[in-house]
Design a protein around this ligand. Structure first.
Ligand code: ATP
Ligand code: MG
Ligand code: MG
Ligand code: MG
Length: 471
């Protein structure tokens, strides 16, 4: 089943259950200054959940574009390492605003997965929040999931394992217990069931999270019962596609294979399993869609998230031997794969490609030299990268900290992050000592230029910002 059909079936199913189909909102949240990037389907409905906004419907369904590459949810470090994480992904969701609650949410999810998508029920394992007997009973006694495949999970406070079945969007705001659905990709893949010591393996892959919003946490951390409990669910489209296309990794689905082939074409890589190709394929999606939504590469906040993603992709291209601009060419391939579902990409793809190319030209100059500095330092001390060199790479060659850390991780080299911060603090002190400090002024200037001022000035602005940030 192709991605387009998966989206379609999801929306049609929930429409048939009385839900209004709502378009994806922007990756730049319009209603939440505390959130850098839209990281789930519920973001555009946040105020509806807390009761400060209302809609003409009480049931909604959407396919939301999301980025998790900074802030509370950051999967950047997982990309290239797990079968299931992207920086950009699409979240299929259904929402109830004080309408139905646990019973219907669980039954809808099960019906959709097993009847519409036809997943074998014996491959599915579910988790519920430790104290949520209500959800447990629905799974066990109404849906009929065998008890050995219903796992109770805590809220991760002092828990031994990473699973967390108490959801909250941030330190304050709506929150409540979750129930999650996992797909078992088979005993030949390493990894244990959720809640087990090796749960982080990729055998049992979480496909759907159903959140039951029962509370609103205030600034003092006190939980207030929401007047009308709500439902917020999210299922990763790419993870479901992997299951439905009988592949294990998200990177093996149709959409990603096309991007990986394109990345191989542009870099000359021949091994399609190469991790760097996966990273590049992932990063072109995040980069392009962030630009579509008005983010401009820069040195602060979400602008810097975008720049870091682009530079990581370029470094992986460099690792594959490509030293010329190549990344921007993948925008066209992305448009072939996703332009029909996202006409907003098709409409501005040329400008998106131009902006990425601008970043490539800028960073290309320093990437090559920075890599030489790095290699020379590592030739002296193979086991460890010192903080001063990492800072030099950052300050003079435009290597974001995470990019340098990524190289070290790849090579199993110890990285003195604390030393980096010491060097950075010293630099800031020096800059602050002068009248205003030249560096500081640059940052302000970059911040000013990062504002979205319409597409006509985009490329120009990005180049200015890039030049400044690279010092
Ligand atoms: P995981 O534990 O695998 O990191 P999560 O618990 O952080 O996932 P949720 O916050 O519950 O994920 O998001 C809802 C759904 O969105 C997940 O069940 C998954 O299908 C999908 N999802 C989450 N993060 C990613 C990602 N980085 N890339 C692709 N899909 C994702
Ligand atoms: Mg996660
Ligand atoms: Mg999880
Ligand atoms: Mg989850």
């Amino acid at each position: 089943m192709k991605s387009s059909e998966i989206r379609d079936k999801f929306l049609k199913f929930f429409e048939s259950k009385g839900h209004t189909i709502v378009r994806s909102s922007s990756l730049v949240p319009g209603n939440d200054p505390t959130l850098m990037l839209t990281n789930s389907g519920m973001v555009q409905f946040k105020d509806v959940f807390t009761g400060t906004d209302s809609r003409p419907y009480t049931r909604a369904t959407s396919v939301q574009r999301c980025v998790r590459a900074g802030g509370k949810h950051n999967d950047l470090e997982n990309v290239g390492y797990t079968a299931r994480h992207h920086t950009f992904f699409e979240m299929l969701g259904n929402f109830s605003f004080g309408d139905y609650f646990k019973r219907d949410a669980i039954n809808y999810a099960w019906e959709l997965l097993t009847k519409v998508y036809g997943l074998p029920s014996e491959k599915l394992t579910v988790t519920v929040y430790m104290e949520d007997d209500e959800a447990y009973d629905i799974w066990a006694n109404e849906v009929g999931v065998p008890k050995e495949r219903i796992i109770r999970i805590g809220d991760n406070k002092g828990a031994r394992y990473a699973s967390d079945n108490f959801w909250q969007m941030a330190d304050t705001g709506p929150c409540g217990p979750c129930t999650e659905i996992f797909y078992d990709h088979g005993a030949d893949i390493p990894g244990g069931p959720p809640g087990s010591p090796d749960e982080d393996g990729d055998r049992f892959i979480e496909i759907w999270n159903l959140v039951f919003m029962q509370f609103n946490r205030d600034d003092a951390g006190v939980m207030h019962k929401l007047p009308k409990p709500c439902v917020d669910t999210g299922m990763g489209m790419e993870r479901l596609a992997a299951v439905l296309q009988h592949v294990h990794s998200n990177y093996e689905i149709d959409l990603f294979q096309a991007l990986i082939r394109a990345a191989a074409r542009e870099t000359g890589a021949t091994d399609l399993e190469n991790k760097s190709l996966r990273v590049i394929a992932d990063h072109i999606r995040a980069s392009a869609f962030m630009i579509v939504d008005g983010v401009i590469p820069g040195s602060e906040g979400r602008a810097y998230v975008l720049r870091r993603i682009i530079r990581r992709a370029l470094r992986h291209g460099h690792k594959l031997g490509q030293t010329k601009p190549f990344f921007f060419k993948l925008v066209e391939d992305l448009n072939i794969e996703m332009g029909a579902a996202y006409p907003e990409l098709a409409a501005v793809k040329k400008r998106v490609a131009d902006m990425i190319e601008g970043e490539e030209v800028n960073f290309g100059r320093t990437l090559e030299n920075g890599m030489k500095v790095l290699e020379a330092q590592l030739a002296k001390n193979a086991g460890k990268l010192d903080g001063a060199t990492a800072f030099l790479l950052y300050d003079t060659y435009g290597f974001p900290l995470d990019l340098t850390a990524d190289i070290c991780r790849e090579r199993n080299i110890e990285f003195d992050e604390a030393g980096f911060h010491v060097a950075m603090a010293r630099q800031k002190e020096l800059a602050g000592a002068g009248a205003g400090g030249a560096k500081q002024k640059n940052v302000e200037y970059a911040g000013e230029k990062n504002k979205f001022v319409g597409y006509d000035s985009l490329v120009h602005a990005s180049r200015v910002v890039a030049l400044y940030a690279d010092g």
